[in-house]
Ligand binder design. Structure first.
Ligand SMILES: *Cc1c(COP(=O)(O)O)cnc(C)c1O
Length: 410
C-alpha cells in the first residue's frame, strides 16, 4: 500500500485563492450580468515590454538554427544574464557579487519554497504574520510545522505579528530561531522596512547564527529613498542572508517564468557536529540534481529587460501600477478607512471597517460593489480584520472599482 507524505494532511485544505474563485464563480452564476472586477490575485495585466519580446524572439530563432541551437544550459544560468544582474541590479547599490553567487531560476515562488531543503529538519522557522503562504506551507510539507492550533498557527513555527499595533514592523523573536523569512516590500501588507529597521534583523541574525531568507520580489516598486532595495545594502548582510528576486512583478514575467536567487559565498551552515558548510555549494548541489536551468529564449527575454529601452519600459510598467495604487489608497482613505502600503508596493492593505472580519468584508465588496479582493486572514491569523487590494488591474477598472466601493456605506 502506498503511503502518502502525511505532512500534506496538515495543510489547510482550501488554498485561499481557490476559495475566492469558488465564491466569485457562485456569485457570477447567480448574477450573470454582474461586471466583477478582480483586484485579488497578485498577477500583472500589462503585456511584456517590447525590448523583452525582441530578445525572446531572437532566442527562439537561434534555437531553430544548427549553428546557434542550445541544448542544456548552465545550471546557474547564462553568464550574459547573470552579468546584467550583477552589473545593473547590484553594482549601482555598491554591492559586488560573484558570477557563482547568482542562480537564475524559473521563479521566486519555487526558490522560496525549495530553499528550506538545504536546512536541517529541526531548524526553527520564523515568519512574519500575515505572510506569503509559500514560506509556511513549504515548511509544513517538509515536516517542520507540527499541528495547527485553534488560532490558525502551526505549533512548530514562530510567528512575528505585523499589525496596526506595531506599525507592521515585526519585533525580534523572543526565542531563538534559525531561519527567518522576510519579504520587503511586503506581500500582503504593502509595507516596507527602512535601512535601520532591516539592519536590526541582520544584526540579530549575525548574533544568533540565523539565516534570513529575504524575498525582494517587489523591489522595483520602491519609491522612497531610505528604503533598501537589497538586503545586501546592510553591512555584513552577505554573512546571513539569501535574497530572492523575480522578473514577474517588474517586467510582467508571471507567465514567462524567470527569477533569480543570490546565495553569497560567505553563508555558512553547520552539521550536527558543528562542522561548517557553504550554503552556496549546497544550493548548487541541489540544483544539479533537481533542476536543468531556465529555457534559453526566456533567459534572452530577461536580458532584454536590462537594455536601455527595456529599463525605460519596466519603469513605465511600475509607474502605471503605482498610479493605480495611489488611486486606491486615496479613495479608501477618503471614505475613512485605515489604509497601509501602496506607496512602495502594488498592494494596499485595508483595515476592515466596524470590526468586520476579513471574509465578511470580502462578501460585502463582492455582493455590493462587484469588486474582488483578498481576505487578510488568508495570509495568517494576524491578517484577520484586514483586506488586500492589488494595483495590478487596468487604470480604468481601478477607477471604476474605487467609485463603486466609495458609494457603499459602512
Ligand atoms: C509574486 C511573488 C513572487 C514571485 O514569484 P514568481 O515565482 O517569481 O512568479 C515571489 N514572492 C512573493 C512574495 C510574491 O508575491
Amino acid at each position: 500500500m502506498v503511503q502518502i507524505n502525511e505532512n500534506y494532511l496538515l495543510l489547510k485544505s482550501n488554498y485561499i485563492f481557490a476559495e475566492i474563485d469558488d465564491r466569485v464563480e457562485k456569485y457570477q452564476k447567480e448574477n450573470p450580468e454582474a461586471d466583477v472586477i478582480r483586484m485579488g490575485i497578485g498577477d500583472v495585466t500589462k503585456p511584456l515590454p517590447k525590448a523583452v519580446i525582441r530578445e525572446f524572439k531572437h532566442g527562439v530563432d537561434e534555437m531553430g538554427q544548427a549553428e546557434t541551437f542550445k541544448g542544456y544550459g548552465p545550471y546557474r544560468g547564462y553568464d550574459f544574464l547573470i552579468g546584467e544582474i550583477i552589473n545593473k541590479d547590484y553594482l549601482p547599490l555598491g554591492i559586488k557579487l560573484d558570477i557563482e553567487e547568482v542562480f537564475v531560476s524559473e521563479g521566486a515562488k519555487p526558490d522560496t519554497g525549495n530553499i528550506q531543503e538545504i536546512f536541517g529538519i529541526d531548524s526553527v522557522v520564523a515568519v512574519t504574520d500575515p505572510v506569503y503562504p509559500v514560506y509556511v506551507e513549504s515548511n509544513i510539507m517538509a515536516g517542520r510545522g507540527g499541528l495547527m492550533d485553534e488560532d490558525g498557527k502551526y505549533e512548530g513555527l514562530v510567528y512575528l505579528p505585523c499589525t496596526e499595533e506595531n506599525d507592521f514592523i515585526p519585533e525580534l523573536p523572543e526565542t531563538p530561531v534559525d531561519l527567518i523569512y522576510l519579504c520587503y516590500p511586503n506581500n500582503p501588507t504593502g509595507t516596507v522596512l527602512t535601512r535601520e529597521q532591516l539592519a536590526k534583523w541582520v544584526n540579530y541574525a549575525r548574533e544568533n547564527n540565523s539565516i534570513i531568507l529575504f524575498d525582494a520580489a517587489y523591489e522595483a516598486y520602491i519609491q522612497e529613498e531610505d528604503i533598501p532595495r537589497s538586503i545586501y545594502e546592510i553591512e555584513r548582510a552577505k554573512e546571513v542572508a539569501i535574497e530572492f528576486r523575480s522578473f514577474s512583478k517588474n517586467a510582467g514575467f508571471t507567465g514567462t517564468r524567470c527569477a533569480y536567487t543570490v546565495v553569497p559565498k560567505e553563508l555558512i551552515g553547520f552539521d550536527t557536529s558543528g562542522n561548517p558548510y557553504s550554503l552556496n555549494e549546497l544550493w548548487f548541489r541541489r540544483l544539479t540534481t533537481k533542476f536543468n536551468g531556465v529555457s534559453y529564449p526566456v533567459q534572452m527575454a530577461a536580458k532584454g529587460i536590462y537594455s536601455e529601452e527595456g529599463q525605460k519600459e519596466i519603469k513605465e510598467l511600475v509607474r502605471y501600477y503605482m498610479e493605480n495604487a495611489a488611486i486606491i489608497k486615496e479613495s479608501m482613505e477618503k471614505i475613512g478607512l485605515n489604509v497601509y502600503g501602496g506607496v512602495n508596493s502594488p498592494y494596499i492593505w485595508i483595515k476592515t471597517p466596524n470590526n468586520m472580519d476579513s471574509w465578511e468584508f470580502f462578501d460585502l465588496l463582492l455582493n455590493e460593489a462587484n469588486v474582488v479582493g483578498t481576505p487578510g486572514v488568508g495570509f495568517g491569523p494576524s491578517g484577520e480584520g484586514y483586506f488586500r487590494i492589488t494595483a495590478f488591474n487596468t487604470l480604468e477598472n481601478t477607477k471604476k472599482a474605487m467609485e463603486r466601493i466609495s458609494n457603499l456605506s459602512f
